[in-house]
Design a binder for this molecule. Structure first.
Ligand code: SF4
Ligand code: SF4
Length: 332
Protein backbone atom coordinates (compact mmCIF):
# COMPACT_ATOMS: atom_id res chain seq x y z
CA UNK A 1 0.00 0.00 0.00
CA UNK A 2 1.25 3.48 -0.84
CA UNK A 3 1.73 5.71 2.18
CA UNK A 4 3.04 9.24 2.63
CA UNK A 5 6.32 8.04 4.12
CA UNK A 6 6.88 5.42 1.42
CA UNK A 7 6.53 8.03 -1.35
CA UNK A 8 8.68 10.84 0.04
CA UNK A 9 12.36 11.28 0.77
CA UNK A 10 13.48 12.80 4.04
CA UNK A 11 13.36 16.42 2.88
CA UNK A 12 9.87 16.19 1.42
CA UNK A 13 8.64 14.21 4.40
CA UNK A 14 9.83 17.00 6.68
CA UNK A 15 7.95 19.54 4.56
CA UNK A 16 4.87 17.33 4.72
CA UNK A 17 5.07 17.05 8.51
CA UNK A 18 5.35 20.84 8.86
CA UNK A 19 2.11 21.53 7.02
CA UNK A 20 0.22 18.52 8.31
CA UNK A 21 0.31 20.04 11.80
CA UNK A 22 -1.53 23.19 10.73
CA UNK A 23 -5.20 22.12 10.73
CA UNK A 24 -6.46 25.37 9.18
CA UNK A 25 -10.16 26.18 9.62
CA UNK A 26 -11.06 29.27 7.67
CA UNK A 27 -14.21 31.26 7.03
CA UNK A 28 -14.84 34.40 5.02
CA UNK A 29 -16.46 37.61 6.22
CA UNK A 30 -17.95 40.50 4.28
CA UNK A 31 -16.76 43.33 6.50
CA UNK A 32 -18.83 45.95 4.67
CA UNK A 33 -21.09 46.32 1.64
CA UNK A 34 -19.29 49.46 0.52
CA UNK A 35 -16.20 50.01 -1.57
CA UNK A 36 -14.20 53.02 -2.74
CA UNK A 37 -13.94 51.47 -6.21
CA UNK A 38 -16.41 49.75 -8.54
CA UNK A 39 -14.41 47.32 -10.62
CA UNK A 40 -15.96 45.84 -13.76
CA UNK A 41 -16.13 42.14 -13.04
CA UNK A 42 -16.21 42.38 -9.25
CA UNK A 43 -18.24 39.36 -8.15
CA UNK A 44 -19.51 41.09 -5.01
CA UNK A 45 -21.33 43.88 -6.79
CA UNK A 46 -22.16 42.04 -10.00
CA UNK A 47 -24.07 39.36 -8.10
CA UNK A 48 -25.89 41.82 -5.86
CA UNK A 49 -24.26 40.51 -2.71
CA UNK A 50 -23.80 44.07 -1.51
CA UNK A 51 -27.59 44.23 -1.18
CA UNK A 52 -28.10 40.80 0.36
CA UNK A 53 -27.93 42.06 3.92
CA UNK A 54 -27.85 45.27 5.93
CA UNK A 55 -24.49 45.97 7.55
CA UNK A 56 -24.30 45.45 11.30
CA UNK A 57 -23.11 48.78 12.67
CA UNK A 58 -22.69 47.90 16.37
CA UNK A 59 -19.06 46.96 17.00
CA UNK A 60 -20.00 44.99 20.13
CA UNK A 61 -22.16 42.72 17.99
CA UNK A 62 -19.15 42.12 15.74
CA UNK A 63 -17.02 41.27 18.77
CA UNK A 64 -19.60 38.81 20.13
CA UNK A 65 -20.00 37.28 16.69
CA UNK A 66 -16.25 36.76 16.29
CA UNK A 67 -16.07 35.12 19.73
CA UNK A 68 -18.79 32.75 18.50
CA UNK A 69 -16.83 32.00 15.34
CA UNK A 70 -13.77 31.11 17.39
CA UNK A 71 -15.89 28.90 19.62
CA UNK A 72 -16.98 26.90 16.58
CA UNK A 73 -13.34 26.36 15.63
CA UNK A 74 -12.45 29.05 13.10
CA UNK A 75 -8.70 29.78 13.27
CA UNK A 76 -8.34 31.92 10.12
CA UNK A 77 -10.56 34.89 9.34
CA UNK A 78 -10.47 36.01 5.72
CA UNK A 79 -11.85 39.54 5.45
CA UNK A 80 -13.30 40.74 2.19
CA UNK A 81 -16.17 43.03 1.25
CA UNK A 82 -16.59 45.53 -0.17
CA UNK A 83 -13.44 47.20 1.05
CA UNK A 84 -12.59 46.14 4.62
CA UNK A 85 -10.31 49.13 5.29
CA UNK A 86 -13.40 51.37 5.25
CA UNK A 87 -14.27 49.77 8.61
CA UNK A 88 -11.02 49.35 10.49
CA UNK A 89 -12.74 48.95 13.86
CA UNK A 90 -14.34 45.75 12.54
CA UNK A 91 -11.03 44.60 11.08
CA UNK A 92 -9.41 45.25 14.44
CA UNK A 93 -12.07 43.21 16.24
CA UNK A 94 -10.99 40.19 14.16
CA UNK A 95 -7.27 40.93 14.32
CA UNK A 96 -7.24 41.20 18.13
CA UNK A 97 -8.81 37.77 18.44
CA UNK A 98 -7.50 35.42 15.76
CA UNK A 99 -5.19 35.07 12.73
CA UNK A 100 -6.63 37.47 10.19
CA UNK A 101 -6.11 38.10 6.50
CA UNK A 102 -7.41 41.34 5.01
CA UNK A 103 -8.07 41.70 1.30
CA UNK A 104 -7.87 45.30 0.12
CA UNK A 105 -7.50 47.39 -3.00
CA UNK A 106 -4.68 49.20 -1.19
CA UNK A 107 -6.06 52.72 -1.55
CA UNK A 108 -6.33 53.12 2.23
CA UNK A 109 -3.19 52.14 4.11
CA UNK A 110 -3.52 49.69 6.96
CA UNK A 111 -1.51 51.40 9.71
CA UNK A 112 1.15 49.08 11.02
CA UNK A 113 1.18 50.57 14.52
CA UNK A 114 -2.41 49.35 14.83
CA UNK A 115 -2.07 46.11 12.83
CA UNK A 116 1.62 45.19 13.11
CA UNK A 117 1.58 41.75 11.52
CA UNK A 118 -1.83 41.34 9.86
CA UNK A 119 -1.44 39.80 6.41
CA UNK A 120 -2.74 42.15 3.74
CA UNK A 121 -3.54 40.95 0.22
CA UNK A 122 -3.59 43.86 -2.21
CA UNK A 123 -5.64 43.40 -5.35
CA UNK A 124 -4.13 44.26 -8.72
CA UNK A 125 -5.91 43.71 -12.03
CA UNK A 126 -3.19 44.43 -14.55
CA UNK A 127 -1.05 47.25 -15.81
CA UNK A 128 -1.97 50.91 -15.68
CA UNK A 129 -4.16 50.80 -18.80
CA UNK A 130 -6.11 47.68 -17.76
CA UNK A 131 -6.59 48.91 -14.23
CA UNK A 132 -8.03 52.14 -15.61
CA UNK A 133 -10.33 50.19 -17.93
CA UNK A 134 -11.54 47.72 -15.32
CA UNK A 135 -11.25 49.66 -12.06
CA UNK A 136 -11.26 53.28 -13.12
CA UNK A 137 -7.90 53.90 -11.49
CA UNK A 138 -4.24 52.85 -11.58
CA UNK A 139 -4.26 51.46 -8.03
CA UNK A 140 -0.65 50.18 -8.10
CA UNK A 141 0.83 53.66 -8.06
CA UNK A 142 -0.98 54.27 -4.75
CA UNK A 143 -0.86 50.84 -3.10
CA UNK A 144 2.83 50.28 -3.85
CA UNK A 145 3.67 53.48 -1.97
CA UNK A 146 1.54 52.39 0.98
CA UNK A 147 3.08 48.94 1.28
CA UNK A 148 6.62 49.05 -0.21
CA UNK A 149 8.89 46.72 1.74
CA UNK A 150 6.09 45.48 4.01
CA UNK A 151 6.82 41.86 5.03
CA UNK A 152 3.15 41.18 5.81
CA UNK A 153 1.68 42.25 2.48
CA UNK A 154 1.54 40.81 -1.01
CA UNK A 155 -0.13 41.52 -4.31
CA UNK A 156 -2.99 39.35 -5.42
CA UNK A 157 -2.56 39.84 -9.15
CA UNK A 158 -5.70 38.94 -11.07
CA UNK A 159 -4.60 38.01 -14.56
CA UNK A 160 -6.75 38.86 -17.52
CA UNK A 161 -6.46 37.99 -21.19
CA UNK A 162 -4.93 41.43 -21.70
CA UNK A 163 -2.00 40.56 -19.43
CA UNK A 164 -0.63 37.81 -21.66
CA UNK A 165 2.95 38.78 -22.55
CA UNK A 166 2.91 41.64 -20.03
CA UNK A 167 3.15 40.03 -16.61
CA UNK A 168 6.93 40.26 -16.25
CA UNK A 169 6.93 44.04 -16.14
CA UNK A 170 4.50 44.02 -13.22
CA UNK A 171 6.24 41.19 -11.40
CA UNK A 172 9.47 43.20 -11.60
CA UNK A 173 7.74 46.32 -10.30
CA UNK A 174 6.40 44.31 -7.38
CA UNK A 175 9.83 42.85 -6.71
CA UNK A 176 11.36 46.32 -6.85
CA UNK A 177 8.79 47.48 -4.29
CA UNK A 178 10.06 44.74 -1.98
CA UNK A 179 6.79 42.78 -2.09
CA UNK A 180 5.59 39.31 -3.08
CA UNK A 181 2.93 38.38 -5.62
CA UNK A 182 0.43 35.58 -6.07
CA UNK A 183 -1.45 35.22 -9.34
CA UNK A 184 -5.01 34.15 -10.09
CA UNK A 185 -7.37 34.43 -13.08
CA UNK A 186 -10.24 36.82 -13.69
CA UNK A 187 -13.59 34.99 -13.90
CA UNK A 188 -15.16 37.97 -15.70
CA UNK A 189 -18.47 37.88 -13.81
CA UNK A 190 -19.86 40.89 -15.66
CA UNK A 191 -18.99 39.68 -19.13
CA UNK A 192 -16.65 42.55 -19.92
CA UNK A 193 -15.95 42.46 -23.64
CA UNK A 194 -12.56 41.03 -24.66
CA UNK A 195 -11.84 39.69 -21.18
CA UNK A 196 -13.09 36.11 -21.72
CA UNK A 197 -10.64 33.23 -21.59
CA UNK A 198 -10.21 30.92 -24.59
CA UNK A 199 -8.31 27.61 -24.59
CA UNK A 200 -5.25 29.06 -26.34
CA UNK A 201 -5.10 32.02 -24.00
CA UNK A 202 -5.26 29.74 -20.98
CA UNK A 203 -2.34 27.73 -22.35
CA UNK A 204 -0.36 30.92 -22.95
CA UNK A 205 -1.00 32.37 -19.52
CA UNK A 206 -0.10 29.07 -17.88
CA UNK A 207 3.28 29.08 -19.64
CA UNK A 208 3.80 32.66 -18.59
CA UNK A 209 2.92 31.98 -14.95
CA UNK A 210 5.37 29.05 -14.95
CA UNK A 211 8.06 31.32 -16.39
CA UNK A 212 7.46 34.01 -13.80
CA UNK A 213 7.83 31.42 -11.04
CA UNK A 214 11.08 30.15 -12.60
CA UNK A 215 12.51 33.65 -13.13
CA UNK A 216 11.38 35.27 -9.87
CA UNK A 217 11.12 32.51 -7.26
CA UNK A 218 11.76 34.95 -4.41
CA UNK A 219 8.90 37.19 -5.49
CA UNK A 220 6.24 34.86 -6.92
CA UNK A 221 4.40 32.72 -4.36
CA UNK A 222 2.90 29.95 -6.43
CA UNK A 223 3.28 26.42 -7.77
CA UNK A 224 3.22 24.99 -11.27
CA UNK A 225 0.63 22.43 -10.26
CA UNK A 226 -1.67 25.26 -9.16
CA UNK A 227 -1.11 26.96 -12.53
CA UNK A 228 -2.09 23.75 -14.28
CA UNK A 229 -5.22 23.39 -12.18
CA UNK A 230 -6.57 26.91 -12.57
CA UNK A 231 -5.90 27.02 -16.30
CA UNK A 232 -7.26 23.56 -17.14
CA UNK A 233 -9.94 23.31 -14.44
CA UNK A 234 -8.83 19.73 -13.91
CA UNK A 235 -7.18 17.90 -11.02
CA UNK A 236 -6.15 14.25 -11.44
CA UNK A 237 -8.46 14.20 -14.51
CA UNK A 238 -11.47 15.33 -12.45
CA UNK A 239 -13.20 18.52 -13.67
CA UNK A 240 -13.74 21.40 -11.23
CA UNK A 241 -17.29 22.63 -10.68
CA UNK A 242 -20.25 22.48 -8.33
CA UNK A 243 -19.90 18.76 -7.66
CA UNK A 244 -16.28 19.15 -6.56
CA UNK A 245 -16.13 22.63 -5.04
CA UNK A 246 -14.80 22.58 -1.46
CA UNK A 247 -15.70 26.21 -0.66
CA UNK A 248 -19.47 25.96 -0.32
CA UNK A 249 -20.97 27.31 2.92
CA UNK A 250 -21.40 24.21 5.06
CA UNK A 251 -24.88 24.82 6.52
CA UNK A 252 -26.20 25.50 2.98
CA UNK A 253 -24.47 22.51 1.41
CA UNK A 254 -27.12 19.99 0.35
CA UNK A 255 -24.96 18.08 -2.13
CA UNK A 256 -25.32 14.36 -1.90
CA UNK A 257 -22.99 12.62 -1.99
CA UNK A 258 -20.94 15.52 -0.70
CA UNK A 259 -17.42 16.04 -2.02
CA UNK A 260 -14.34 16.55 0.15
CA UNK A 261 -14.83 20.04 1.50
CA UNK A 262 -13.56 22.72 3.89
CA UNK A 263 -14.79 21.76 7.33
CA UNK A 264 -16.95 24.39 9.00
CA UNK A 265 -16.51 26.88 6.16
CA UNK A 266 -19.06 29.71 6.04
CA UNK A 267 -19.06 32.91 4.04
CA UNK A 268 -20.90 35.46 6.16
CA UNK A 269 -22.60 38.62 4.95
CA UNK A 270 -22.06 41.85 6.85
CA UNK A 271 -25.28 41.54 8.90
CA UNK A 272 -23.56 38.59 10.64
CA UNK A 273 -26.66 36.46 10.03
CA UNK A 274 -26.96 35.91 6.28
CA UNK A 275 -24.78 33.28 4.65
CA UNK A 276 -23.66 33.39 1.02
CA UNK A 277 -23.55 30.21 -1.05
CA UNK A 278 -19.78 30.04 -1.42
CA UNK A 279 -16.48 31.91 -1.24
CA UNK A 280 -17.32 33.88 -4.38
CA UNK A 281 -20.26 35.00 -6.48
CA UNK A 282 -23.72 33.71 -5.65
CA UNK A 283 -24.67 33.92 -9.33
CA UNK A 284 -21.49 32.66 -10.94
CA UNK A 285 -21.65 29.61 -13.20
CA UNK A 286 -19.52 27.01 -11.43
CA UNK A 287 -18.43 25.51 -14.74
CA UNK A 288 -16.54 28.70 -15.61
CA UNK A 289 -15.45 29.64 -12.08
CA UNK A 290 -11.75 30.38 -11.88
CA UNK A 291 -11.62 31.32 -8.22
CA UNK A 292 -8.05 30.79 -7.06
CA UNK A 293 -8.79 30.09 -3.39
CA UNK A 294 -11.47 27.54 -4.27
CA UNK A 295 -9.08 25.75 -6.61
CA UNK A 296 -6.23 25.64 -4.10
CA UNK A 297 -8.60 24.45 -1.38
CA UNK A 298 -9.82 21.78 -3.81
CA UNK A 299 -6.30 20.40 -3.96
CA UNK A 300 -5.75 20.71 -0.22
CA UNK A 301 -8.86 18.75 0.83
CA UNK A 302 -8.00 15.96 -1.61
CA UNK A 303 -4.77 14.74 -0.04
CA UNK A 304 -5.71 11.09 -0.18
CA UNK A 305 -6.19 11.19 -3.96
CA UNK A 306 -2.64 12.52 -4.31
CA UNK A 307 -1.08 9.62 -2.39
CA UNK A 308 -0.61 7.72 -5.62
CA UNK A 309 2.88 8.77 -6.78
CA UNK A 310 5.82 10.78 -5.49
CA UNK A 311 5.16 13.62 -7.95
CA UNK A 312 1.43 13.80 -7.15
CA UNK A 313 2.09 14.02 -3.44
CA UNK A 314 4.83 16.63 -3.92
CA UNK A 315 2.37 18.67 -5.99
CA UNK A 316 -0.12 18.51 -3.13
CA UNK A 317 2.54 19.61 -0.64
CA UNK A 318 3.55 22.56 -2.82
CA UNK A 319 -0.03 23.82 -3.08
CA UNK A 320 -0.58 23.43 0.66
CA UNK A 321 2.67 25.31 1.36
CA UNK A 322 1.59 28.06 -1.02
CA UNK A 323 -1.70 28.49 0.87
CA UNK A 324 0.10 28.39 4.23
CA UNK A 325 2.52 31.11 3.11
CA UNK A 326 -0.25 33.33 1.73
CA UNK A 327 -2.08 33.17 5.05
CA UNK A 328 1.07 33.40 7.15
CA UNK A 329 1.03 29.96 8.72
CA UNK A 330 4.60 29.35 7.52
CA UNK A 331 7.24 31.92 6.45
CA UNK A 332 7.65 32.98 2.81
S1 SF4 B 1 -11.92 46.87 -5.02
FE1 SF4 B 1 -12.55 44.76 -4.67
S2 SF4 B 1 -14.57 44.90 -3.61
FE2 SF4 B 1 -14.11 46.93 -4.49
S3 SF4 B 1 -15.19 46.88 -6.46
FE3 SF4 B 1 -13.05 46.24 -6.83
S4 SF4 B 1 -13.07 43.99 -6.71
FE4 SF4 B 1 -14.97 44.74 -5.79
S1 SF4 C 1 -18.96 29.72 -8.06
FE1 SF4 C 1 -16.91 28.77 -7.79
S2 SF4 C 1 -16.52 28.89 -5.59
FE2 SF4 C 1 -18.72 29.21 -5.86
S3 SF4 C 1 -19.68 27.15 -5.63
FE3 SF4 C 1 -19.28 27.50 -7.82
S4 SF4 C 1 -17.29 26.57 -8.16
FE4 SF4 C 1 -17.47 26.90 -5.97
Amino acid sequence: MKTVSSLLNEEWYHRYKTISKLNIRSSIYDVTNRCNLRCKGCFFFSSGEHEAAREEMDIRKWEDFIDGEMARGVNLAILIGGEPTLCLDRVEAFYKRLPTFCATNGLIKVQRDRFPDMMVGISLWGDEADEKTLRGKDTFSISSKHYAGDPHAYYLYTLTTKQIGKTERLVKKIRDAGLKVHMQLLSNDEGVDQFFWGEEQLKDIRDEMDQMLDYYPDTVISSKYYHRIITTGKMLDRPFGWNECPSVTEPLDRRSPGPKRLIGFIRWASDLKTMHRCCTSETRDCSTCKDGAAHMSWVMVNKRAHIRSERDLQNWIEVYEMFAKLYQFIPW
